[in-house]
Design a protein around this ligand. Structure first.
Ligand SMILES: Nc1ncnc2c1ncn2[C@@H]1O[C@H](COP(=O)(O)OP(=O)(O)OP(=O)(O)O)[C@@H](O)[C@H]1O
Ligand SMILES: [Mg+2]
Length: 588
């Protein structure tokens, strides 16, 4: 008996329509979703040439009957909904009856399927049936999609390199595998196996399979239940974050989605916990009754709408707050905690806090471990290591010579400087980023990235997408002194890196680079990499600086080619001109 029906036009019209198949990744996504909806416990994805030549998805799900095979390539043919009301409570990943029709129209497709006995094979091309035959196949469905967009050459031309397309596919499969731990997933590209995760019981085990032990150890777990609503997932421990939001992933009823409510909740709840300009890594799972969420809002099913988004927002904030609080209780005083106390209190309280901050006494200056704290080039480290403070005399001289003077540090974030024109409030992190960026540019121009070995073996476990990006950029990374040895699987040994980096910095820079979305080599790649390097090695906001350090930094900043912007385009300093000060105080 066939399960698939063609939707009535009134129902079909209510479905968010649009571009369904844009690239190989969209084919994989649709086919894997179908396998999941068919109750498969094992899903294999095989790719050739980034999916441009071949995509094959094999599952052990329910299979299709003969009637269904004849209907499934029609538009609006689905077994998942039948009436308009069904759109109000969608419990499956698919519901539009669009995906197979759209894939079929732009490829050469072979489907083999069986419900347990016998089986059927159909061969199609550009939306037309070529052959239909009976055969004996194992229970489940295998769909082979060859030469995507063979009949739309312009579209085909716009596809990216095989590696880029593959990276998107690998990222998607990693995310979907995290959502369904009990299901086995594998991904191979030609001869190479990129992912192989046998089914496991818990999501924690799946996380371990996908990202490795170190990544799991960095994570806090989210766990909140309120009625029919449940939040689970992983949040990276503060205060170290990532340079972008690539690894903030939201799932609503196991479907990875983009969502503003959840993103806003994460932003609010994590504010102040992570180092400046860094973002936590988060895999956030929300499950709720299907009637509470509308998935029929985006043609690629990539967004949802909540009936009660305020409730979702509050629950999400609470779940993250709880996890962070548990962590801070476990770790009596952490940098993250202090940081958040400072950032979250109102202005008055900040002033209170600032007043309480004891100035650094002259005899205390220079006691901070300069070498550890200031990840600078060797020659700079020498200067910082001397730790001797300028005498009053020397300082006065400097003011006259240079035309500026450092007054001090505010909140351990900003350096306050005066010059002839007024006051300058310098952001210590942004300023240092600019200084280092220009130094690195210089080193790069002279091809002078000396390398050194790490003190301890630095072993990194990569996700499949990171592994692809690494392989694509191996030579590029070597130019900067990053040498890695493949230990098998997705484990790498970071052998050497630029000599001015600490081990941990090198690790962070490497991972930040691999985490970036853009895969294709572009002219931007070099400056962006140098900017990441500058960001990771610059002094952090929240670090107390001696006067000598501040003077050194300000002096270096003023000698930069572009002192007023950090390499990411944010201002390094804010000016309060004497004129505006006087005006504000009613003196002019
Ligand atoms: N791997 C599979 N195993 C069993 N049945 C399948 C499989 N793939 C597709 N089908 C059947 O074919 C139908 C059409 O699939 P298609 O992906 O086009 O639409 P859909 O999944 O219902 O909705 P959507 O367009 O949102 O994906 C499905 O409703 C399902 O009944
Ligand atoms: Mg589908």
């Amino acid at each position: 008996m066939g399960k698939i029906k063609i939707l009535e036009p009134e129902v079909a019209q209510k479905i968010a329509a649009g571009e369904v198949i844009e690239r190989p990744f969209s084919v994989v996504k649709e086919l894997v979703e179908n396998s999941l909806d068919a109750g498969a416990t094992e899903i294999r994805v095989e790719i050739v040439d980034g999916g441009k030549k071949l995509i094959r998805v094999i599952d052990n799900g329910s299979g299709l009957s003969q009637e269904d095979v004849l209907l499934c390539f029609e538009r609006h043919a689905t077994s998942k909904i039948s009436r308009a009301e069904d759109l109000e409570r969608i419990a499956t990943l698919g519901f539009r009856g669009e995906a197979l029709a759209s894939i079929d129209a732009v490829s050469k497709l072979v489907l083999k399927t069986s419900e347990g006995t016998g089986g059927i094979k159909v061969e199609r091309e550009g939306g037309r049936l070529l052959r239909f035959s009976e055969g004996a196949y194992p229970r489940g469905t295998s769909i082979e999609v060859r030469d995507l967009f063979f009949n739309l050459p312009v579209r085909r031309k716009f596809l990216r390199s095989a590696q880029s397309e593959l990276a998107l596919i690998a990222r998607y499969l990693t995310l979907v595998a995290l959502a369904f731990p009990e299901i086995s997933f594998s991904l191979s590209h030609g001869e190479r196996q990129l992912l192989n995760c046998p089914g496991v019981k818990t999501r924690k085990e799946r996380f371990y399979q996908l990202f490795g032990r170190q990544a799991l150890e960095r994570m806090l777990e989210l766990d909140l239940k309120e009625g029919d609503y449940q939040i689970t997932g992983f949040l990276s421990r503060p205060p170290k974050g990532l340079p972008d939001k690539q690894r903030q992933v939201y799932y609503v009823n196991f479907r990875p989605v983009r969502d503003r409510t959840l993103a806003a909740a994460v932003q609010q709840a994590t504010k102040g916990w992570y180092e400046k300009d860094t973002y936590p890594e988060i895999y956030f799972f929300l499950t709720l009754p299907c009637s509470e969420v509308d998935v029929n809002v985006h043609p690629a099913k990539a967004e949802v709408r909540f009936r009660d988004s305020l409730r979702i927002f509050q629950l999400a904030v609470t779940s993250i707050d709880d996890a962070l609080k548990r962590e801070s209780q476990a770790k009596a005083v952490s940098f993250g905690q202090k940081f958040s106390e400072l950032k979250n209190v109102k202005t008055m309280e900040i002033r209170e806090e600032a007043r309480k901050e004891r100035p650094i006494l002259p005899e205390e200056r220079g006691i901070i471990d300069l070498e550890k704290e200031t990840p600078l080039s060797r020659e700079e480290k020498e200067i910082w290591k001397r730790g001797r403070l300028a005498t009053e005399e020397e300082r006065k001289e400097k003011v006259c010579d240079r035309g500026w003077q450092v007054l001090g540090q505010y909140l351990n974030f900003y350096i306050i400087v005066i010059d002839k024109e007024g006051l300058l409030i310098i952001d210590q992190h942004n300023a240092h980023e600019r200084v280092l960026y220009e130094k690195y540019l210089d080193l790069d121009r002279q091809r002078r990235f000396n390398r050194r070995q790490s003190l301890f073996p630095l072993i990194l476990e990569l996700s499949p997408a990171e592994m692809i990006r690494f392989e694509e950029n191996k030579v590029f990374l070597e130019e900067f002194g990053f040498e890695l040895e493949n230990l098998g699987g997705r484990s790498l040994l970071l052998r050497s890196f630029p000599d001015f980096l600490e081990d941990e910095e090198a690790r962070q820079i490497f991972l930040a680079f691999l985490g970036e979305a853009e895969v294709a080599p572009s002219p931007e790649l070099r400056p962006r990499f140098l900017a990441t390097m500058a960001c990771k090695t610059a002094i952090k906001a929240g670090v107390a600086l001696t006067l000598e350090k501040m003077e050194y930094l300000v002096n270096e900043l003023f000698q930069c080619e572009h002192p007023w912007l950090c390499p990411h385009g944010r201002p390094t300093a804010l000016r309060l001109s004497l004129e505006s000060i006087e005006k504000g105080l009613g003196r002019s």
